[in-house]
Write a protein of this length. Structure first.
Length: 336
């Protein structure tokens, strides 16, 4: 059976990654796209003449859809996710879950009230290299994971991600979210405390363009990370190292949008590379949504509850930045 997808937002993510994933397989079909920008709509219509491409949300929601993917700027996530869920349509909401914690809670409540499954778009969870790292660490071969150090850096200047009203947070929401969710997987634990410094701090209009942060997962384990929008155009840095009791893992490029990565393992046996079979994370994500629409439970790691928990941590980091790097306790220590 073909799974009919409707996408809200025909911007960079949609054209760069979502449309190629849909086009690559027969079990998915693009049924409708909603956007307010005629140029963006025209670009999609040229590639998918069978899809309804328009700016009217009622027409979009009247189209028979098996799933809706919300891929707008963060400020519009709640509005479209709640509309789709109210109609009982399985819904995938891009990361971060929303611009504000309040908006994230609206999505959470809409998901609870809806009979339909809802997921957050954590594509890095499907990346084969991240999965290989988590599997290796969970196997216990390297002993318990003690710390993770991460850099996720890029270039964003002058777009909606730089405006608090449209994005909520800057590099925290856009880039630091990846180390945060990978660390929760690696440690298999929830964050318990955090602190951060960054720039600008406490600005009502501009979002953060650089943040360095510490997130504790209990007293013993911690993530030390930096995220920034200050690289040269076209440059992206994605790198993390996990130090375990009997070895370490160095991972590059596994948060990038191209399915790639590399994993170097160093332990008493020497150095070796892991080469898992790459998978298209966007295609895997759509297959997961289709499986949940068919009755499988939503995996915890991509649940709306997890998306909301991560959003709370990111906003706590933002508060820490605004308060000179103060350490903040995080409540809700379970690992949904
Ligand atoms: N998972 C990933 O790999 C990944 C990568 C990039 C972006 N994202 C996320 O995807 C979302 C979109 O990011 P992007 O880079 O594609 O942004 P973008 O600005 O390139 O595209 C957003 C699109 O939404 C449209 N839009 C804005 N308001 C709208 C409205 N009210 N109704 C309908 N359409 C509207 C815009 O016209 C634009 O075409 C963000 O939440 C971002 O964080 C995720």
């Amino acid at each position: 059976m073909t799974f009919r997808i409707g996408i809200v937002g025909a911007g960079f993510l949609t054209r760069r990654s979502l449309l190629p994933a849909i086009a690559a397989t027969d079990d998915l079909c693009l049924a409708a796209v909603l956007d307010t920008d005629p140029v963006a709509l025209g670009a999609v219509a040229a590639r998918f003449p069978g899809a309804l491409c328009g700016a009217d949300a009622r027409d979009f929601l009247r189209t028979p859809l098996d799933g809706v993917h919300v891929a707008t700027p963060n400020r519009r996530h709640a509005e479209f996710a709640c509309q789709a869920l109210a109609r009982g349509i399985p819904t995938l909401v891009e990361k971060p879950l929303a611009d504000t914690v309040d908006a994230g809670q609206w999505i959470f409540r809409a998901a609870m009230a809806s009979g339909a499954p809802a997921m957050v778009g954590y594509m890095s969870r499907y990346n084969a290299y991240n999965r290989a790292v988590v599997a290796l660490i969970r196997s216990g071969e390297l002993g318990p994971a003690r710390s993770m150090t991460a850099s996720h850096l890029g270039h964003r200047d002058g777009d909606w991600r730089n405006r608090r009203a449209d994005s909520g947070l800057g590099c925290l929401a856009d880039l630091a979210i990846y180390p945060l969710l990978t660390a929760a997987d690696v440690f298999d634990a929830a964050p318990t405390a955090c602190r951060a410094t960054g720039y600008p701090s406490g600005d009502p209009d501009r979002t953060d363009i650089f943040v360095e942060a510490t997130v504790w997962f209990g007293d013993e384990r911690r993530l030390q990370m930096e995220a920034s929008f200050t690289e040269a155009p076209g440059v992206g840095v994605s790198r993390y190292t996990v130090v375990c009791e009997r070895g370490l893992v160095v991972v590059r490029d596994s948060w990038a949008m191209d399915s790639g990565g590399s994993v170097l393992v160093c332990d008493e046996r020497g150095r070796r590379w892991l080469w898992p079979e790459p998978v298209d994370p966007y295609l895997a994500q759509y297959r997961a949504l289709a499986a949940c629409a068919a009755g499988e439970p939503v995996p915890t790691g991509v649940s709306i509850a997890r998306g909301l928990r991560d959003l709370r941590v990111l906003h706590a980091l933002d508060r820490s930045v605004a308060n000179g790097g103060v350490r903040l306790a995080l409540s809700g220590g379970q690992n949904p």
